[in-house]
Design a binder for this molecule. Structure first.
Ligand code: NAD
Length: 372
């Protein structure tokens, strides 16, 4: 198969869809790989690394889109990229179609077959191509929280681990899923006093079993939440209610009950945020203050650590990418229902029910799409 990886063009996106190691594996499987010049640079992969892996370098995205059977990317195709997609071409990338009617319309019009990273599942029903980015954002959250707590950034001037004779920062993590667990582990590793809140007792039991010595757990009732938040130096918001906007767990009025200069890191901002006063920010201007409380609300946190994030994403996508390339998308999806769950668009049909419901578009069942 001809596998093409264009340079990402969404503002401030430094990740790339194919690492040199991914290219090497694809070449070893007998596929041709074409990568746009400079595409890996943001993640620290020069063109020479791809050439050494057996890939060829293209001078433009146009060349890649015109040549490739399958396009591998990170972010959803931008309007100029959507115009270059064509019938019969496979697109494998994050799409997030439900809130994006324009992109959905363009993908349907292109006739391409689009498989979305975010809806591919695994045997446990979790989302293996979203998890690496949650791991990255989770581990990054205490790091940016610690920075936000520094005096020059408007914070309380509290050091995460304290020092001998001075107690550590109190960190509250709301939501103990993938993001929350990784955030709590790193915050505890920095020496902070950490409590994780969740509404799932099963999850709290798991966290207590595995990490009981590193951090505490608490049931996320409204009462427990505000009690802990009042005493916190840093609060990390990491909740997810699948298919819904994030619930607002700290109101504006409650900010006045917090310690002045305390920091809120709202990782759930990509689902609307779990604090009433959150609004999305960028890596260029990540923090702002409301009523004396510092907010960090960057919607694409993994972009800050593009190299780690690119490698982590590549590790997760590689087996699926190779299956698509080795077998062709139809056979690969027929053999693997988890990959079939990733099918969102095929030959002018929408094939993912939640997106159809969100956008009011008829859906062709994915199993019927396999026969078209
Ligand atoms: N900003 C970023 O760059 C970035 C990157 C990755 C993930 N995220 C977001 O982080 C959030 C968490 O993702 P995840 O992968 O950890 O999800 P997850 O499903 O693994 O975990 C979510 C947890 O929240 C808990 N929860 C739900 N409602 C709650 C409530 N009211 N109070 C307390 N806990 C509650 C659930 O029980 C679950 O354990 C999502 O919104 C995700 O989109 C953001």
């Amino acid at each position: 198969m001809k596998i093409g990886c264009p340079k990402e063009i969404k503002p401030q996106e430094f990740r790339t869809g194919l690492t040199p190691n991914g290219a090497r594996e694809a070449v070893a499987h007998g596929h041709d790989v074409l990568v746009e010049t400079g595409g890996g640079a943001g993640a620290g992969f020069p063109d020479e690394d791809y050439i050494a892996a057996g890939a060829r370098i293209a001078s433009s995205a146009e060349e890649i889109f015109a040549w490739a059977d399958m396009i591998v990317k990170v972010k959803e195709p931008q309007p100029v990229e959507r115009k270059m997609l064509r019938a019969g071409q496979v697109l494998f990338t994050y799409l997030h179609l439900a809130p994006d009617a324009d992109q959905t319309r363009d993908l349907l019009a292109s006739g391409c077959t689009a498989i979305a990273y975010e809806t591919v599942t695994d045997a446990n029903g979790t989302l293996p191509l979203l998890a690496p980015m949650s791991e990255v954002a989770g581990r990054l959250a205490p790091q940016v929280g610690a920075w936000t707590l520094q005096k020059a950034n408007g914070g309380r001037g509290v050091l995460m681990g304290g020092v001998p004779g001075v107690g550590p920062a109190r960190v509250v993590v709301i939501g103990g899923g993938v993001v929350g667990t990784h955030a709590a582990r790193v915050a505890a590793g920095m020496g902070a006093d950490v409590t994780v809140l969740d509404r799932s007792l099963a999850r709290l039991r798991y966290l207590d079993d595995v990490f009981g010595r590193d951090f505490k757990t608490s049931y996320a009732s409204a009462g427990n939440t505000i009690e802990l938040v009042r005493e916190a130096d840093l609060v990390i918001g990491a909740v997810l209610v699948p298919g819904a906007a994030a619930p607002k767990l700290i109101s504006r009025a409650q900010l006045s009950e917090m310690k002045p200069g305390a920091a809120l890191v709202d990782v759930a901002i990509d689902q609307g945020g779990c604090f009433e006063t959150s609004h999305a920010t960028t890596h260029r201007d990540p923090i702002y203050e409301v009523d004396g409380i510092m907010h960090y609300c960057v919607a694409n946190m993994p972009g800050a650590v593009a190299r780690t994030a690119t490698i982590a994403l590549g590790n997760a996508t590689m087996p699926f990418m190779l299956a698509l390339a080795d077998k062709g998308w139809r056979q690969a999806c027929e053999d693997d229902p988890n990959l079939l769950n990733g099918l969102n668009v095929h030959a002018g049909h929408l094939t993912y029910y939640a997106v159809g419901k969100a956008l009011g578009i008829d859906v062709l069942s994915p199993s019927l799409a396999l026969k078209q």
